[in-house]
Every structure is written in C-alpha cells, then in structure tokens.
Ligand binder design. Structure first.
Ligand code: ADP
Ligand code: MG
Length: 307
C-alpha cells in the first residue's frame, strides 16, 4: 500500500516538556519504532509538526543582539525541517538499515491574498507576561494576542495550495525510499506572476499540507498520528466516545476545536473527498491498528465503502 503518515507535535515533545535535543531524539526513536512497522510492507511518506521548535527558535532569534532583524518564519521553518528531519532520518536508518530514507526540505505554496494574512490567529511558541510579550513584539516585529492569562505571538496560517516538491517526493517514494517531508506543513512560499518563489511570514497547518501530499501521491490511506484514540464526539464531556467510522459529510456537519482536532478533520475530509480513499486519525502508539482499521477513527467517502 501507499501510506502517508502525519506525526503530531507530541510525538517529538509532550506537553510541558522542555524542548532540549535529547528528549526529542528519545521521542523520535519511539515514534520511528511504530513507523518502521508501517514501512516494512508499504511505500511510506512521513510528515511532522514543528510548533514548539519554531516558537523556541523565534524567541532566540528575537533576543539575538547580533541580528539587526530576527530570522523570518520561513527561515525558521527551514531550520526546524533540517533538525527534525535529521532526527527522523537517523532513527529510520538505524531501524531499517537496508531501506533508503530521505529528508526533504519542502516548500508549500500559499496564495498572497489568502484572508488569513489580514487576521493572524495561529499561536506560535510559549506564553509570556504582557510586558515581556510587548518587548518581544517590538524587537521581533511580532503580532501578539492574549491566550488565557498569558500573551503569545500570533501569525497567519494560510491554506496550503500546492506542495512545490510534490513530484520529487512521489518519485522518491515510488522508488522505495521512505520520504520525510513537509515538516511543519512546509515552508510557506508565494509564487509571483513570473514564477519566482519567495518566503512568506506565516505558518502552515501540517495536517492540511499532509492532505495535499497524500492526494498527489494517490495514497491508499492517510494516517494522522496523535495522542488521542480517535475523534471523540461530545469531546470533554463524561459522554465522550470515539467515533469508529464516519463519512466526510457526517464530520462536516459537526464542529471541532479550531486549534487541534478541527484541522485534522478538515484534512481527513479533503483527502477522502479528493480520492475516495480512507483517512484514519488515532494514537501514534497503535499505528498498525490504525492502518488495519481496527482502531482509531476511519473517515470514508460513503459508508458503503467500509474497509
Ligand atoms: P498534534 O500535535 O498531534 O497535531 P493537537 O494537539 O493539535 O495534536 O490535536 C490533538 C488534540 O486535540 C488532542 O490531544 C485533544 O486534546 C484535542 N481535541 C479537541 N477536540 C477533540 C475531539 N473532538 N476529539 C479528540 N480530541 C480532541
Ligand atoms: Mg496540531
């Protein structure tokens, strides 16, 4: 089968953990132990998040007195793709020494007139006291907004339109390589009328970018690997329970939290609607169960086509 799997942010760093290198390597090894099971009999493309890592590097850059201007977000996105891509590359190579593996710096095209640029809403990085947040906003040229009792940077999160390296990714995966790509949803870039690419100050949702990759690759299944056993209905109430099987249409009639499950559901629906194949959302720790359809939430086009 052709499998595209998105690794959630907590596959690298669990909530509340300090973002040091060794703890992240450790989590990457655990994640790759699961992913290697999928890779054995399948073509595999892996994408991953980069939220906490981007937040950390952005603060470091804003505080760096050597710099006249902090590094822009596209550059920081590329840095995190290199770092996390390297960890994954090495872990896969250690787990499957005979399999070619590649980590690809990936650009994702966005539209310059995406309405997201007028209203930055996506939080990046940790929260600060208001005074400190305002200082960083000044030096780093950030937009900030309150998040509970802390202040955080907010950036635009435009809709991914296309993956620039799509055909290269497919060629490598068709050739048997495990391809690690589109980290953090890809580096946001814009294309001018004469075809020239340039970086954009934004972040892209990794699940929505993954849906584009899975669609282009004509994947048999898209897996969204996270830290919950699936999509819950009545989430956060005593009645919450995992939806085992749903059509894209059924899910579109429901609402999910914008910052977490919402984009996963949207990504699953887009992939399923574009291809008629299935998407599965669930626990990273049970990646094989998700692939087999025995756990997680399976999203299909119509319920007749049950796997
Ligand atoms: P990732 O880092 O894997 O992208 P997110 O934190 O973005 O993970 O999204 C997963 C989280 O979504 C879960 O840990 C859970 O707290 C939250 N969540 C919100 N709504 C739901 C829902 N309806 N069903 C399951 N989880 C939900
Ligand atoms: Mg997320």
């Amino acid at each position: 089968m052709r499998v595209v799997a998105a690794l959630g942010g907590n596959a690298l760093l669990q909530r509340g953990e300090k973002p040091g290198a060794s703890i992240q390597r450790h989590h990457v090894d655990d994640a790759v132990a699961q992913l290697a099971l999928l890779a054995r009999d399948n073509e595999l493309i892996v994408t991953h998040g980069n939220g906490p890592q981007v937040g950390l590097l952005a603060v470091e850059s804003a505080n760096d007195l050597e710099l006249a201007q902090p590094y822009p977000l596209d550059v920081i996105g590329a840095q995190t793709q290199g770092m996390i891509g390297y960890w994954l590359l090495q872990a896969f190579t250690n787990a499957l020494p005979d399999r070619p593996v590649v980590a690809l710096v990936t650009q994702t095209l966005v539209s310059g007139d995406d309405p997201a640029f007028e209203r930055p809403t996506k939080f990046v990085g940790v929260g600060f006291e208001e005074v400190e947040a305002r200082r960083l906003a000044e030096t780093g040229r950030w937009t900030i907004a309150p998040d509970g009792d802390r202040w955080r940077r907010v950036v635009a999160s435009p809709d991914p339109v296309a993956i620039v390296e799509s055909s290269t990714i497919q060629a490598l995966a068709n050739d048997g390589a495990i391809v690690i790509c589109a980290g953090g949803g890809g580096i946001p870039v814009r294309r001018s009328v004469d075809g020239h690419l340039s970086g954009v100050e934004a972040v892209i949702d990794k699940d929505l970018a993954t849906a584009l990759i899975a669609r282009d690759f004509l994947a048999d299944v898209m897996l969204i690997l996270t830290d919950v056993p699936g999509i819950f209905c009545d989430y956060g109430t005593p009645e919450q329970r995992v939806i085992r099987l749903a059509t894209a249409k059924e899910l579109r009639a429901m609402t999910f939290s914008a910052g977490s499950m919402g984009p996963k559901v949207e990504a699953a629906c887009r992939f399923v609607e574009a291809t008629g194949q299935r998407a599965v959302i669930g626990m990273l720790d049970d990646a094989q169960g998700l692939l087999a359809g025995t756990s997680g939430t399976t999203v299909v086009l119509d319920a007749q086509a049950r796997p």
